[in-house]
Write a protein that binds this ligand. Structure first.
Ligand SMILES: [Zn+2]
Length: 90
């Protein structure tokens, strides 16, 4: 439950709202300004994803042949799985 008024900035917090409309404090951030600053920089998942892609890309750049055999293996396995299902149902 949000407080009636924001402990951080004193603005009225509408009932049912999960965060202060004025400063963005919320339950998770403990209704504090410092936590709000934290909250702004969150996109952790996006960050990890982009880093992952970047790392993958770098790897491909530095080791041109290293990546492709693995993808061929994945493709072959997928085809084998598909064929296995096909025969099972046929
Ligand atoms: Zn506030």
């Amino acid at each position: 439950m949000p407080p009636d008024t924001c402990p951080n900035c004193g603005a009225p917090v509408p009932a049912g709202s999960k965060a202060c409309p004025e400063c963005g404090s919320d339950e998770e951030t403990g209704w504090s300004d410092a936590a709000h600053a934290d909250n702004l920089g969150i996109p952790d998942e996006n960050f990890d994803y982009e880093e992952f892609v970047k790392r993958e890309f770098d790897q491909e750049g530095s080791v041109p042949r290293g990546v492709h055999w693995a993808w061929w293996l994945v493709a072959v396995v997928l085809i084998l799985v598909f064929i296995a299902f096909w025969f099972r149902w046929g």
